[in-house]
Design a protein around this ligand. Structure first.
Ligand code: FAD
Ligand code: SF4
Length: 480
């Protein structure tokens, strides 16, 4: 897929991958064998009819391809950009046995972007969803969604807490069935990590806005600045006649190394660093109010998607040198291969088998260095990867003026802490059954707040599963 040249893109926040043209998409679609049964479908947590939509692309019927995607997925332009297809649908594609799998993700993105381009006469500012459109949902492009609300009268209210991919999907699916959905979101804008975590150069916010608008057009109301647990408790929501609640509050609690000096100025959690730039637009300070440190020598600790996103943001803020510091080897790095390749092309340094053990302070209280120790790999540990072990006496210093800690996030603790009836795991995730039902009657959950994979598509799969379970629960009159 064509993309911006590395020397250009490190100076801007625009999207790196540019997408297929119609001709390229049709050529790629022709490679699909339209298998039946199709193994790729098993790899899709939201059950998209993959050979079906690809066959429409082959024939140039992009609107039919889009409608087929929408039957199962309300966020196709997002999934086409950020889903790890290489470990999901594409990993199962029959063509991967002999060579390259069908580029399912890129084709999904092509079709969804084609849908966005169809509305180009309407500006996104005009897309605010009027409440009286609830009974005749249309996508912002004007293409009817086949799973619209079918003229149902909405009387039964369901609340969704959190507007990340889990909450948005649960809300869309429940709205399509005919429930009256309100999403309560604590931030001032919806989208969860899609908004505040994943940077513009991987997921443009206009794409997110478009797909959220599509969900609002299904009749979903989104109320922002509503921290549930504080503004309303879950019991308050039931008192307000919400008959069921879906919780998709995500994992936004940063983890730290807990080593000396970690509270120095210039050391950020990835969550804070990315939120400042992606949500609060600190890259455009002072035009926007929020500042961020534009370091020259930046170390990013960790090697997942979050670490690579933070490192590539630091580069674009003007850093001279950005180093990913990781205690294992390249093989164990959890980030998507494509992101690692893009980051390497952009000149990012990767220091493997290295663990920081303390930070050093300058006279103004800012971080000026990092003492590290070299590591070697031992036996396989409980994570299934070889355990990193320190090599005695191998300490060395790294000069840094900014550090971003990206070693993982834990589940958001606020809502469970205000809701003793919700049972949690020792790590603070909500305990749910196979349908996403929590320990509290009428309350379901999914996405990063429950144990399991932490990807956009898995969160969406949970939202879908819970929507079906909530529908069954309400049809049984609120009994499990
Ligand atoms: P979230 O997206 O975290 O959304 C939760 C929402 O709930 C937030 O908007 C939050 O403000 C709100 N909330 C929290 N508490 C409350 C409350 N009490 N009341 C009201 N609202 C509340 N996955 C991929 O598949 N591909 C990627 O490339 C990828 N890159 C990533 C990059 C970064 C920087 C990060 C952080 C994650 C990335 N992930 C990626 C993981 C993926 O984004 C998450 O797994 C996914 O967003 C989880 O969705 P969710 O709906 O459970 O939660
Ligand atoms: Fe097409 Fe691959 Fe799916 Fe077969 S497995 S239908 S070739 S995408």
């Amino acid at each position: 897929m064509p993309r911006q040249r590395p020397e250009e893109r490190i100076r801007n926040f625009q999207e790196v991958a540019l997408g297929y043209s119609a001709e390229e998409a049709k050529e790629e679609a022709k490679r699909c064998l339209e298998c039946s049964p199709a193994p790729c479908k098993e790899g899709c947590p939201v059950e998209i009819d993959i050979p079906g939509f690809i066959s429409h692309i082959k024939e140039g019927r992009f609107d039919s391809a889009l409608n087929l995607l929408w039957e199962k997925n309300n966020l196709p332009a997002i999934c086409g950009r950020v889903c790890p297809q290489e470990t999901q649908c594409e990993a199962k594609c029959i063509l991967s046995k002999k060579g390259e799998p069908s580029a399912i993700g890129r084709l999904e993105r092509f079709v969804a972007d084609w849908g966005i381009s169809q509305k180009s006469k309407v500006s996104l500012g005009d897309l605010e969803s009027p409440r009286d459109e609830r009974q005749s949902p249309k996508s912002p492009s004007g293409i009817s969604s086949p799973l619209g609300t079918r003229g149902k009268v909405r009387t039964i209210k369901v609340a969704v807490v959190g507007s990340g991919p889990a909450g948005l999907t649960a809300a869309a699916d429940l709205s399509k069935i005919g429930y009256k959905i309100t999403i309560f979101e604590s931030l001032h804008l919806p989208g969860g990590v899609l908004r505040y975590g994943i940077p513009e150069f991987r997921l443009p916010k206009r794409v997110l806005d478009f797909e959220i608008e599509g969900i609002k057009r299904l009749g979903v109301e989104i109320r922002t600045n509503m921290l549930i647990g504080k503004v309303f408790t879950l019991k308050d929501l039931f008192k307000q006649k919400y008959k069921a609640i879906f919780i998709g509050t995500g994992a936004g609690l940063p983890r730290f190394l807990n080593i000396p000096g970690e509270n120095l100025n210039g050391i950020y959690s990835a969550n804070e660093f990315l939120t400042r730039v992606n949500l609060m637009k600190a890259n455009r300070f002072p035009e926007y109010d929020t500042p961020v440190r534009r370091g020259q020598k930046v170390a990013v600790l960790g090697a997942g998607n979050v670490a690579f996103d933070a490192a590539r943001v630091a580069l674009r803020l003007g850093a001279e040198e950005v180093t990913i510091t990781y205690r294992r080897s390249e093989k164990e790095m959890p980030a998507r291969r494509e992101e690692i390749e893009h980051a390497k092309e952009e000149g990012l340094k990767i220091r493997l088998l290295t663990l920081p053990i303390r930070f050093l302070e300058d006279e103004g209280g800012w971080v000026k260095g990092m003492e590290c120790i070299r590591m070697k790999l031992g036996e396989i540990d409980e994570s299934g990867r070889r355990r990193p072990l320190p090599i005695e006496g191998s300490q060395f210093m790294m000069e840094v003026d900014t550090v971003v800690v990206a070693i993982g996030q834990g589940p958001n603790p606020l809502l469970p802490s205000y809701t003793p009836d919700l049972k949690t795991t020792p790590k603070g995730h909500l305990l749910v059954d196979e349908n996403g039902a929590t320990s509290m009657p009428g309350v379901f959950a999914g996405g990063d707040i429950v144990p399991g994979e932490a990807t956009v598509i898995d969160a969406m799969g949970h939202g879908k599963r819970a929507a079906r379970a909530i529908d069954r629960y309400l049809k049984r009159g609120g009994k499990r």
